[in-house]
Design a protein around this ligand. Structure first.
Ligand SMILES: [Cu+2]
Length: 210
């Protein structure tokens, strides 16, 4: 009799501990991970094919880029609008040095002061040479020079014909990790690879949808 009672007690204790074990944070994530992973796979696969394309198709997509200088101070904005023949850029900035400045889309969506080297090279999905006057160019991220007025301001609109804001496309500025818009200290000669000898990076803004 006593042995059965002890056995029953042990069994109850065992079941109780096992139940506790299920609820413990150590085990629960492993089990639910396995379960949610399979359901997640299905739902993301559905989203990839059915959702991401339509949200960016036929709609006007606009991104505002906040530009900062090497001290990390805001100096203006660039408004990017996706259009049929490229991306329209409306640039408005101040506190810049008078004269011509190179400006490009760079391949990394990172603007770390003071030198903005974090923005990487020019956005160049076709692996071509730099410059709009280069027979083997240009980079998709190459842009015409901008001209800053004597009061240090610039207000300019131009079209970037070799890029898009459409998600998933090779020339998309909104690729994973984003891209950056960078203004240089000097003028871009539009032919010297890889950056037109436009000098230091003096302003930078991240291009992203986040
Ligand atoms: Cu550049």
């Amino acid at each position: 009799m006593k042995r059965w009672f002890l056995l029953g007690l042990l069994l109850t204790l065992f079941v109780f501990l096992a139940a506790c074990g299920d609820d413990s944070p150590d085990e629960a994530p492993i089990e639910s991970d396995g379960a949610t992973e399979t359901t997640n796979d299905d739902s993301t696969a559905n989203q990839d094919t059915t959702e991401s394309a339509p949200t960016n198709d036929g709609e006007i997509v606009m991104v505002t880029v906040e530009l900062m200088n090497g001290d990390g101070n805001a100096i203006g904005t660039a408004e990017l609008t996706d259009e049929e023949d490229g991306v329209a850029v409306k640039l408005q900035a101040e506190n810049l040095e008078e004269g011509m400045h190179g400006i490009h889309f760079h391949e990394e969506g990172m603007c770390e002061t003071p030198d903005f080297k974090s923005a990487g090279d020019h956005f160049n999905p076709e692996s071509s040479m730099h410059g709009m006057d280069n027979p083997d160019g240009p980079h998709a991220g190459d842009l015409p020079n901008i001209e800053v007025d004597s009061d240090g301001t610039v207000s300019q609109e131009f079209k970037a014909e070799n890029v898009t804001l459409k998600l998933g496309e090779a020339h998309s500025l909104l690729k994973e990790g984003g891209t950056a818009l960078v203004i240089h200290a000097g003028e871009d000669d539009q032919k010297t690879d890889p950056s037109g000898e436009s000098g230091d990076r003096i302003a930078c803004g991240v291009i992203t949808v986040e």
